[in-house]
Design a protein around this ligand. Structure first.
Ligand code: CP3
Length: 342
């Protein structure tokens, strides 16, 4: 029998809730920081399949999360599409040349840059145990495009939103290229052992409604339908961060199997307004994990109670912060594990 997480992603509303945390493998863990110092940087870790598999499993060993998310990054896709990728300490990622001043057609793709990631997936799968679920992932096209165009992270995705208005055909070509690579990449992760996948759309919230339809809903719908045709029965989690009142349309039109919610969404509103029976994932504010105390417990329970009548995977509203006290993670997990569906 599949584990509790996979059952829930498939639509079962069990008596207890599975739990994993976005960015659960990372800098708040001393065992991660030790390995990172030894291997000399983030990208070196991602491309060392043995180390990446070890890091993927670290939070499972420490906390017993129900799911392990592949240790990698959404920017591996632009790297495979031919951009150069660097993670500079304290500065975040850099991609070059940036598409704000270079044509997509001038990039020379290097698809073999995806292969070591599949090896990581296979290694994790061999070590994870059948009651835990291995999650693969990719960035959604809009979010990946914002980094490809600007060459780095940006506060309001200015360059990419401007390009989309100025030259929608060029923007469409970038999005279509990302869709094609992403479908292959996720199918490759599934072939290597991933049992479910998540699409991270961190910057979906920066778009006006018509642009949201074109650059968020349409490309995610394309990925879902193509991936489902190639890999039937593998749950797809969509996480369009910051989408608020557009979430019901996103869920209906992309046909994702599971909807990830950020912490700005009221769980009671979400339960009332989302399609009946649609599994949801989320949505504790990661800052509550920093703060701890009674409020952490109270809000954890409030989310669990609000989603009692639909399948629910407990998670954060976005990634765990690097200064999170480890004891607060344990406290939140104890609350989730002690909860029973009324
Ligand atoms: O969730 C996990 O534990 C799995 C691994 C994972 C990472 N990044 C590892 C990582 C996942 C799923 C991501 C997704 C990702 N990467 C997103 C979407 C989700 C989100 O957070 O909004 C985005 C936008 C990126 C791009 C990216 N990668 C940025 C902007 C940065 C620098 C900022 C930061 O948080 O450090 C990264 C680096 C990165 N990706 C680290 C990790 C563990 C930190 C590397 C380090 O310094 O050790």
């Amino acid at each position: 029998m599949a584990g509790l997480l996979l059952e829930t992603l498939r639509g079962t509303n069990g008596e207890t809730r599975p739990v994993w945390f976005m960015r659960q493998a990372g800098r708040y863990l001393p065992e991660y920081r030790a390995l990172r110092a030894e291997k000399g940087g983030f990208l070196a870790l991602v491309y060392d399949a043995e180390a990446a598999a070890e890091i993927t499993l670290q939070p499972i060993r420490r906390f017993g999360f129900d799911g392990a998310i592949l240790f990698s990054d959404i920017l591996i896709v632009p790297y495979a599409m031919g951009q150069d990728l660097q993670f500079l300490v304290g500065e975040g990622p850099h991609l070059s040349p940036r598409l704000v001043d270079t044509a997509l057609s001038s990039l020379a793709a290097v698809p073999s840059r995806l292969d070591p990631i599949y090896e990581t997936v296979a290694r994790v799968k061999a070590g994870i145990g059948s009651d835990r679920t291995l999650l693969g992932f990719a960035g959604s096209p809009w979010t990946v495009a914002t980094y490809m165009v600007a060459g780095e992270g940006s506060r309001d995705q200015h360059d990419t939103r401007a390009l989309a208005y100025r030259d929608p055909a060029a923007m469409q070509a970038i999005i279509d290229a990302i869709v094609a690579v992403t479908v292959d990449y996720l199918a490759g992760q599934i072939a290597a052992g991933a049992e479910a996948v998540q699409l991270f759309d961190s910057w979906a919230g920066s778009l006006a409604p018509a642009e949201f339809e074109r650059w968020v809903i349409a490309p995610n719908a394309a990925i879902v339908s193509q991936l489902r045709a190639r890999c039937p029965g593998v749950p797809i989690i969509g996480f369009p961060k910051g989408s608020g009142e557009k979430l019901p349309a996103y869920a209906r039109e992309t046909k994702v199997d599971v909807l990830g919610l950020d912490e700005t969404v009221d769980p009671t509103w979400a339960h009332r307004n989302l399609p009946e029976g649609l599994p949801v994932q989320g949505n504790l504010d990661p800052l509550l994990l920093l703060a701890g105390g009674e409020e952490l417990e109270r809000q954890t329970r409030r989310i669990l109670d609000a989603f009692a009548d639909r399948p629910h995977v407990f998670n954060l509203g976005h990634g765990i912060g690097q200064t999170t006290p480890i004891d607060n993670v344990s406290t939140a997990l104890a609350t989730v594990r002690g909860w029973r569906r009324p």
